[in-house]
Design a protein around this ligand. Structure first.
Ligand SMILES: [Zn+2]
Length: 88
């Protein structure tokens, strides 16, 4: 049992702070951030989750298919999900 997927929800108010801490905020407001799975350009409103891959934070869009694929990847690599946005 290597499932170690933790998805604590973060609120809309917390998201910018968390993104700044991970040094991802600038890339989003500068339109440089893309979904790790589908490559779609991300905005603050479309960030669905933040995951840790090889100790690097990666961003996902809010499409369920991307979140599903990421969960598979995380289980494969035994990475920990960092957090998911609860924004909708
Ligand atoms: Zn995506």
């Amino acid at each position: 049992m290597y499932r170690n997927v933790v998805v604590p929800a973060i609120s809309e108010e917390e998201l910018p702070r968390v993104l700044k801490k991970l040094e991802l905020y600038e890339s989003i407001v500068n339109n440089e951030a893309t979904c790790y799975i589908c490559g779609e350009l991300l905005k603050l409103e479309t960030v669905g989750a933040i995951a840790m891959m090889n100790d690097k934070p990666v961003l996902l869009c809010d499409k369920p298919s991307c979140l599903g694929k990421m969960t598979l990847l995380i289980n494969e690599h035994r990475c920990k999900y960092a957090m998911a946005s609860s924004m909708k």
